[in-house]
Design a protein around this ligand. Structure first.
Ligand SMILES: C[S@@+](CC[C@H](N)C(=O)[O-])C[C@H]1O[C@@H](n2cnc3c(N)ncnc32)[C@H](O)[C@@H]1O
Length: 338
């Protein structure tokens, strides 16, 4: 499975939040959670073409969740950390500042390997972190202020109203088809003044305008084509390319204020004038190459023949090696619950 194997992953398939639980009454380590036994682990995964995918029925998520993909997610976590020089944006320290008699609480949706949670839990040692995912790929041994569980982020969450101080949702746009619905659950579990964060890498070609004012269709046509094909295949799974609309979705929900959107660019390849930019660009290009190859099963599902898929992916890889000035755009949005 690529991580350190079966571990104490509580499972809460129905996301039933009707029962009280926890040592602080705020719905942690619920009595309705059950531990996933070692022999139950395989049923959370299905194997195809030598790769492991979530077995969760009805999930549109297109990427594998095996060791190779886990390495990519962890590498991306540090790319984003390097780009932001932080694990977060927004007034996180203020929101997580201690209050007598109450632990601050953070929920990470679609937590993946749980790397963001474990790094944050190391910084905010008095805050309780929960991470949920449809597959148990986060580590079996967790710091004392962390717990992971199997749950569907597109379903009602099991936590009570207003119990969370901070809800974090990074790279969930290929997991969540109905973002508005997920957001209304986020608003429900957040306390007034609590913080919501979204971070998504946009699925489109962009150039660093200061370096090269390129035209995607002219200057990176194979990258443009790659994104067009994968976005269309994702749309067949009801996963629209909505990331750039998240800030508006948050604003128009009427449940959040102080909405702040920012774009952070990450160089693709080694064209940057700074040595740190060249180094980051090389790592990010390799990460994107893995990302592209991981779409093969989805593109086969969409009915594309192997030679076409290889051509699309190779074209993208070739552009990344030759076209200078391309960047990935990591768009962050944060907002306070009102
Ligand atoms: C691209 S990864 C992002 C992981 C993590 N947020 C990060 O930034 O490193 C998306 C994750 O969403 C999970 N996922 C997919 N559908 C989900 C759902 N309905 N509920 C919870 N997790 C889901 C996948 O298993 C995968 O681990």
């Amino acid at each position: 499975m690529g991580n350190d194997g079966p571990g104490p992953w509580p499972s809460h398939p129905s996301n039933d939040r009707s029962q009280e639980d926890s040592e602080d009454g705020l719905s942690d380590a619920s009595s309705v959670l059950t531990q996933v036994g070692n022999d139950e682990f395989p049923r959370h995964f299905s194997e195809r073409e030598g790769r492991l995918f979530p077995a969760h029925r009805g999930s549109p998520y297109p990427l594998p969740v095996d060791g190779g993909e886990q390495q990519r997610l962890n590498a991306l976590h540090y790319i984003l950390y390097e780009r932001l020089n932080s694990h977060y944006r927004g007034p996180v320290r203020e929101v997580l500042a201690g209050e007598q008699g109450r632990h601050r609480r953070v929920l990470d949706l679609c937590t993946g390997t749980g790397i963001w949670v474990t790094d944050m839990a190391d910084i905010f040692t008095n805050v309780r972190f929960s991470g949920i995912d449809i597959v148990p790929i986060a580590p079996r041994t967790t710091p004392r202020n962390v717990h992971f569980e199997i749950a569907d982020a597109t379903q009602p969450l099991r936590w009570h109203d207003g119990t969370m101080d901070f809800v974090h949702a990074r790279s969930v746009s290929m997991a969540v088809a109905d973002y508005r619905r997920m957001l209304s659950e986020v608003a429900r579990v957040l306390r007034r003044g609590g913080l919501f964060f979204s971070g998504e890498i946009l699925r489109k070609v962009t150039f660093d305008q200061d370096y090269f004012n390129g035209e995607p269709a002219v200057d990176a046509p194979r990258t443009e084509n790659f994104y067009r094909i994968i976005n269309r295949a994702l749309a067949f799974r009801n996963l629209d390319n909505y990331a750039e609309g998240i800030a508006d979705c948050v604003r128009t929900s009427g449940q959040f204020g102080s909405v702040r959107r920012e774009n952070h660019v990450i160089p693709i390849g080694e064209w940057s004038s700074s040595s740190s930019g060249r180094r980051l660009g090389a790592i990010y290009r390799d990460n994107l190459a893995m990302f592209a190859r991981n779409f093969k099963p989805m593109l086969r599902d969409a009915g594309h023949p192997d030679n076409f898929i290889d051509e699309i992916i190779e074209g993208f890889l070739d552009d990344m090696g030759t076209v200078r000035g391309m960047v990935g755009v990591y768009q962050t949005v944060w907002a306070r619950r009102c």
